[in-house]
Write a protein that binds this ligand. Structure first.
Ligand code: ZN
Length: 289
């Protein structure tokens, strides 16, 4: 008799302990809603932009997202969401994409999807590497400020067309799409930053040029003053596929010339890349406050 009730008590105790540990688990899962929200948004987009072939990227990045928050990210929920979506688009990929696409909706002008980007005159660093490094840091800085950031891609092997890039911004109803690039010229003495903005070539672009110009100007001021590079001003373009398909404000920053030996060396420097990302984040925050 005694033995039976002792066994019963032991079973009861085990069940109670299991319930306690189960509820503890569910609690920890609910601990970081803000971080989870933003991160799942980003991973959602990764899957979207990787719809073609590179499942490798998705498989690699998702586990990282799940494991980082638990202990170390307790301060993350303090970040207040601003409720604005910014799309960050790292230019180019590790290979050119010579497929053709219409330069604008309804246009018979066809342009290649990706020419492959520039290359450092001395360092030989390919542009896509610099674009991605700055873009990822920019994403982190903007997220810390409470923006929801969607990357068009986070994997250099993913090659996107410009219509695809524009549609990511359209689907996200982005407050701003910022396209990250570095420049190149046959003249190796040319230096400085340019901000490419759309021209009113169709109904879509007519609606976005004022806001694109306004943001472009603000971000240029912060970029050139904080980093200390020459301001080459706004450069309006009617021929860019990624602009002509956009329904949301869009700008493309050229962060200096890879054809200029001095700027080439700087662009490959991790501290300089961090400086660029900070200056861009400050400019975006100033433009979208
Ligand atoms: Zn480029």
């Amino acid at each position: 008799m005694m033995r039976k009730s002792f066994n019963f008590l032991a079973v009861l105790l085990t069940v109670v302990m299991m319930c306690v540990s189960l509820s503890a688990c569910t609690k920890t899962n609910k601990l970081e809603p803000a971080a989870g929200l933003e991160l799942s948004k980003a991973s959602e987009n990764k899957t979207q932009s990787n719809e073609d072939s590179s499942s490798g990227n998705v498989a690699q990045t998702i586990p990282k997202i799940d494991t980082t928050p638990p202990q170390s990210s307790t301060p993350t929920p303090i970040v207040k969401s601003i409720g604005k979506v910014i799309v960050v688009d790292p230019g180019h990929a590790n290979k050119a994409n010579l497929e053709l696409e219409a330069n604008a909706p309804g246009s018979s002008v066809m342009k290649i999807k990706d020419g492959g980007g520039a290359i450092g005159i001395d360092t030989k660093t390919p542009e896509y590497l610099i674009n991605m490094k700055v873009s990822l840091q920019l994403r982190d800085l903007l997220q810390k400020r409470g923006y929801t950031v969607v990357m068009t891609k986070t994997d250099n092997s993913v090659s996107l067309g410009n219509i695809q890039r524009a549609e990511i911004g359209n689907n996200e109803k982005a407050a701003l799409v910022i396209r990250i690039h570095a420049d190149s010229s046959e003249n190796t003495t040319v230096s400085g930053a340019s901000m490419l903005v759309p021209l009113p070539v169709n109904e879509r672009t007519k609606e976005i040029i004022d806001e694109s110009n306004r943001c472009g100007r603000k971000i240029m001021i912060s970029l050139t003053s904080e980093v200390g590079m020459k301001d080459r001003g706004l450069a309006p373009h009617s021929d860019m596929t990624g602009f002509n398909w956009s329904k949301v404000p869009v700008i493309l920053v050229e962060m200096g010339f890879l054809s200029n030996p001095d700027e080439d060396r700087k662009l490959s420097d991790a501290n300089y890349q961090a400086k660029l990302a900070r200056a861009l984040a400050d400019g975006i925050a100033e433009a979208l406050k």
